[in-house]
Design a binder for this molecule. Structure first.
Ligand code: 4AD
Ligand code: MG
Length: 465
């Protein structure tokens, strides 16, 4: 008999009413007494379980029912009926049950409700079976789909940029090395350095921190591209907003200036949040109930209000006048910390903020220099509860200015010869930005820790599963 998906049964139950159906899934709970058993089954298609009611006298298979415990995987066949109890419209009058996989009640870790998120991180191989992670994983999927849909509908091409690179896009130096050299006995050059010309790629390579540099090559041919892939940072940041491996979406557009770039970022974020509000309400409602009472209201607010736009210089003056004593003191030239970003967003403007024109010293080499020679055409989008969610800029398209920035910042120009050549041949004004997928997931799900919005988090000291 063809298996039905629980989500479809609950939604379109009327058309299956009083007919025999088959469902498969994992038992969330089994309750009842010696006459009757109520089994709540979930197959991951929805936050909602379907209830299977088994009349034990009629069923007459004690051995099987005994194995139907929390966590077991079963296939159940029975007639779909209108539910007698409250809480669900339909239930299944179970006739036949096959147990695919038992879960010993003494050993299966997901017994009672309400395990801490910290504990669930230690059993990340099983946590997808909890309500919370079911919601998070479905939201990740819906959000990924919406990202591709947005760009496809707006004429952008998905460009696949490499994971292994020989360059350092952000110039932060926090990279994971990729090598096949024998670490115990690496080949050495005559002056005693490790000889990377003997390495697999005959040069030093690392996992990419960003697809942007290659993304720019695509934009300077296809006009509008985006990347969506994993990126890697070896910074030792043990915070609730940093991962060592995270996913980033990086659109790059020829002929866009910083204003066009901001408009796209705002339109993109609003589209994604609207998409989730329109398509994932069951999951949002569950997460709101469990973790964040203002979640849905906050999402609606962001969709329906214009983001505040101001320069870094104006932001510094607001922070200086705030009368707050920040842990990191503010003055023109300092990099903004999350406490500063959150003050601007949560206390001062009470809505998302886009900051532009940062001091060149605290930003990457590729950003377009303003006429003041002091600031660059950078833009960061700051969100409530999150802080920075997007970082981007208009790019320096002038060969000489770019080269002098590269030299000023001690970047080896030989490593980025191909990037520089785009400014020699048919250069064009262009802009782009990077959206941290898990930062947006934090915002959309209302979860508090970035480790809980990715299936298998990588953080300092942790690469289990
Ligand atoms: O601001 P970032 O470093 O910008 C870039 O990488 C540019 N190349 C993007 C571009 O212009 N194409 O990173 C972009 C975003 C941040 O705003 C943040 O949302 C996210 O990536 N991000 C992280 N997310 C999780 N864990 C980390 N360690 C992150 N570092 C950055
Ligand atoms: Mg940034």
């Amino acid at each position: 008999m063809k298996r039905s998906i629980i989500k479809d049964l609950l939604k379109e139950g009327a058309q299956y009413l009083n007919k025999e159906v088959n469902i498969k899934g994992w038992v969330r709970t089994r309750r009842g007494n010696k006459n009757i058993a109520f089994i709540a089954l979930n197959d991951g298609s929805t936050i909602h379980n379907i209830q299977i009611v088994v009349d034990l006298a009629e069923f007459n298979d004690d051995a099987t029912i005994k194995k139907v415990t929390t966590g077991a995987c079963i296939s159940a066949t029975g007639v779909l009926v209108e539910s007698q109890g409250k809480g669900q419209a339909f239930e299944i009058h179970g006739k036949k049950i096959e147990v695919y996989g038992e879960a010993d009640p003494e050993k299966y870790p997901l017994q009672k409700k309400g395990h801490s998120l910290e504990f669930l991180r230690e059993i990340a191989h099983l946590r997808p079976r909890t309500n919370t992670f079911g919601c998070v994983l479905r939201l990740r999927h819906a959000l990924s789909f919406a990202i591709h849909k947005f760009y496809n509908d707006n004429g952008f091409y998905y460009l696949h940029t490499p994971i292994i690179t020989g360059s350092d896009c952000e110039g932060a130096g926090a990279m994971f090395r990729v090598t096949t050299l024998d670490l115990k006995n690496p080949p050495k050059t005559s002056d005693g350095e490790i000889d990377y010309s003997k390495d697999f790629f005959a040069k030093e390579t690392n996992l990419t921190v960003s697809g942007q540099l290659e993304g720019e090559l695509g934009a300077l041919a296809l006009s509008n591209i985006y990347t969506f892939g994993p990126t890697f940072r070896a910074e030792n940041s043990n915070t609730a907003r940093h991962l060592s491996e995270f996913w980033m979406i990086e659109p790059e557009m020829a002929f866009y200036d910083i204003k066009d770039n901001m408009d796209l970022a705002e339109k993109f974020l609003k589209y994604l949040i609207s998409y989730i509000l329109d398509n994932c309400m069951d999951d949002l409602e569950f997460l709101q109930k469990m973790y964040d009472k203002e979640l849905i209201e906050r999402l609606r607010f962001v969709v329906s209000n214009a983001f505040e736009r101001l320069s870094y210089t104006e932001a510094i003056s607001i922070l200086e006048k705030s009368g707050r004593s920040f842990e990191f003191p503010v003055s023109w030239g300092v990099d903004l910390q999350s406490e500063h970003e959150r003050y601007l967003v949560e206390q001062h403007f009470k809505k998302p903020v886009i900051l532009t024109d940062y001091p060149k010293e605290i930003k990457a080499f590729y950003m377009k220099l303003n006429d003041d020679d002091k600031t660059v055409r950078a833009m960061d989008v700051l969100f409530p509860k999150i802080g920075e969610i997007i970082g981007g800029s208009q790019r320096e398209e002038n060969y000489d200015k770019l080269l002098s920035r590269i030299k000023e910042m001690d970047i080896n120009e030989v490593d980025v010869w191909w990037y520089l050549e785009t400014r020699k041949f048919g250069t064009a004004p262009h802009s782009g930005f990077g959206l941290g997928f898990e930062r947006l997931m934090l915002f959309i799900s209302g979860m508090g820790n970035i480790r809980d919005v990715i299936p298998f988090p990588r953080t300092p000291q942790n690469a289990e599963f």
